[in-house]
Design a protein around this ligand. Sequence first.
Ligand SMILES: NC(=O)c1ccc[n+]([C@@H]2O[C@H](COP(=O)([O-])OP(=O)(O)OC[C@H]3O[C@@H](n4cnc5c(N)ncnc54)[C@H](OP(=O)(O)O)[C@@H]3O)[C@@H](O)[C@H]2O)c1
Length: 264
Amino acid sequence: MELHLKGKTAVVTGASKGIGLAIVEGLAREGVKVVAGSRNTSPELDALAASHDVTVVAVDLSTPDGPESLIRQAVERHGRLDILVNNVGAAEPRTSFLEVSDEQWQQVFDLTFFSAVRASRAALPYLLQAEESSIVNISSINARLPFPMVVDYSAAKAALTNVNKALSEEFAPQGVRVNAISPGPVRTPFWTAPGAFADATATAAGTTPQEALDVVVPQSMGISSGRITEAHEVADLALFLASPVAGNITGAEIVIDGGQVKTL
Ligand SMILES: NC(=O)c1ccc[n+]([C@@H]2O[C@H](COP(=O)([O-])OP(=O)(O)OC[C@H]3O[C@@H](n4cnc5c(N)ncnc54)[C@H](OP(=O)(O)O)[C@@H]3O)[C@@H](O)[C@H]2O)c1
């Protein structure tokens, strides 16, 4: 399918690894000029910057000024903005609601929710000037399926899914489409980094992190397809939603979870 993305300009948050990196790669291969924001770069992101029109910006997106600074640098470089992908977000495994402090709640909301609010607020004046523009918010099935183990993260994603709809309502008449993707478990460092969820699941099940991701998680979470999602599958969906091919899709939340969520 021709996505008609060539020549557009995009900002992707949380771009050095995982889903964000896969989205940068997909957009760059479609001929999009990408400005990629994360605290650090990675060998994979550096390789994309060397071979495509990808600009790497070092930025802490959990700070009040970080998202605005990223958007400003993108517009300074390219003079326009057509696509914003609010991808950055993170969760820490919690043992109980009772152990999550105000500071931890605030940190999770700053990164997972306020980064998207702040980036969208900074980007919208430019998106409104573009002929066909869109925001893609990477939310989570936890927005509607809160897990105690990620109680704060689930609430932050619920807020993001909610704002996704409000933004789509306000800006659709002015030509900016706003959509969300809600993945179930995706094979990224979010799961595979040392001490992250694959390790925690493996310890609890008495198995290896690999086995935990390939067998324990799909079985214990009721993933009907029998496997977790790959980052490039989320990226393909993000590219579709960002493209003019999805020209009359706005306010949608597309779930990609292998059938984990059983409700309509
Ligand atoms: N993986 C899953 O199972 C899953 C499921 C549902 C939803 N999601 C959502 O999908 C999105 C991407 O997740 P992922 O799995 O790709 O995560 P990941 O593998 O942990 O990657 C996170 C990215 O965000 C960047 N980042 C983290 N903190 C940052 C900060 N303070 N400022 C700037 N950049 C920061 C990281 O780079 P640096 O460390 O260099 O900053 C990295 O590039 C998140 O919103 C997540 O909630 C993931």
